[in-house]
Design a protein around this ligand. Structure first.
Ligand SMILES: [Mg+2]
Length: 366
């Protein structure tokens, strides 16, 4: 994959955008009712325009990045460095970094008249999609959400809310793809937590995602050693380097490759290569992206080997009215999602809709 080359961009626009979610997204670490993201527009020196999204959440509860912080990092560090044509020197902040990289990749691909998916080496035009079911208030509520989902499902769990909903779902759908995601909330030093995880091992889960503290890869390795269910890592992986460490520790049986969380499409593909070399399965997870980030993540998903479903779904699963046209859509079945195949990201930003959702804007120029 050729990185964007040439002179620095002429200008970069940052837009803070707030888009209501159809349903609040409830996990063990918090609730998101709206998506409050930063959309980056890059105008290259030759006039090519590209778009990227910083998909950090509104509070630093999933990883340490959050929208307010990302806005400042982009405005005061990353974008000035890009405009000056110098390395940023910024450590961390992969989601903010990914936004700029994706915008420049989009411009690069649009200039070349090809899709980002094609540029990355897309092997598929649609991918199987897993519906993520948030923490429910009752087993009946969880079962209703699973019943309404078109295909594979991933159910959010937390200590004290795990075996009951998962066992009920498994009993109702003995052969269905069911995974679980604990968002890092189990402490193996707590005997109740350790027992609770072991109790999930007979449910035939496709994988158990991020059972333990993302900051402690040895805990994930211990969980992976105790469980027959593959342990997937999500929050713990914030760069290809942490993927390499996790693989060396045998802490991951599955790698959740979120391009935003890893620093962009190139970092995600580098992480995918590391996982492939270790014989570890991968899939692209979701960050409740708007259509801009969703299209970029689907381009990465279209390249990956294996048959694990992505967490990415069609736009209308999340938003009544996305900021891109056409909206990212379902494919040959409601359980599949189409990989946008137009130029660049494969979708265009709806400028009117974008303006209507904008809560702050700043323009930086050379
Ligand atoms: Mg997760």
């Amino acid at each position: 994959m050729t990185p964007p080359a040439g002179p620095p961009p002429r200008r970069v626009e940052l837009r803070r955008v707030r888009l209501p979610l159809r349903h609040p997204h409830i996990t063990a670490t918090g609730t998101e009712a709206d998506r409050d993201v930063v959309i980056v527009r890059v105008d290259e020196a030759d006039g090519a325009v590209g778009w990227g999204e910083c998909s950090a959440l509104s509070a630093p509860t999933y990883t340490s990045e959050w929208t307010d912080g990302a806005w400042l990092v982009l405005r005061d560090h990353l974008v000035p460095a890009v405009l000056a044509g110098r390395p940023s020197g910024v450590r961390g902040h992969p989601m903010a970094t990914a936004a700029v990289e994706t915008a420049r990749l989009d411009a690069f691909c649009r200039r070349a008249g090809r899709s980002l998916a094609g540029h990355l080496g897309a092997a598929r035009r649609e991918v199987l999609s897993c519906t993520v079911v948030g923490l429910g208030r009752s087993v009946d509520e969880v079962l209703a959400r699973v019943d309404g989902a078109p295909g594979p499902v991933k159910i959010k769990i937390a200590p004290g809310w795990d075996l009951e909903p998962l066992a009920a779902a498994r009993a109702a759908w003995p052969d269905r793809f069911i995974a679980a995601d604990a968002n890092g909330t189990y402490d193996l030093d707590d005997p109740d937590h350790a027992r609770a995880l072991l109790a999930l091992d007979d449910l035939g889960l496709a994988y158990l995602e991020q059972p333990t503290d993302p900051a402690d890869l040895t805990a994930a390795a211990t969980a992976a050693g105790r469980l027959a269910t593959p342990v997937a890592l999500d929050e713990a992986l914030d760069a290809p380097g942490t993927v390499r460490t996790a693989l060396a520790l045998h802490a991951a049986g599955v790698v959740n490759l979120k391009p935003a969380r890893l620093g962009g499409p190139r970092a995600a593909l580098e992480a995918a290569s590391l996982a492939a070399a270790a014989g570890v399965a991968v899939f692209v997870g979701g960050m409740l992206e708007t259509g801009v980030g969703r299209a970029a993540a689907l381009a990465v998903a279209s390249v990956l080997p294996g048959d694990l479903p992505t967490d990415l779904g069609p736009s209308d699963r999340y938003f009544a009215h996305d900021i891109v046209v056409p909206a990212v859509g379902a494919a040959s079945s409601a359980a599949h999602v189409c990989v946008p195949c137009g130029s660049g990201l494969g979708v265009d930003v709806d400028l009117e809709r974008l303006a209507a959702c904008t809560t702050d804007v700043v323009e930086l120029a050379r």
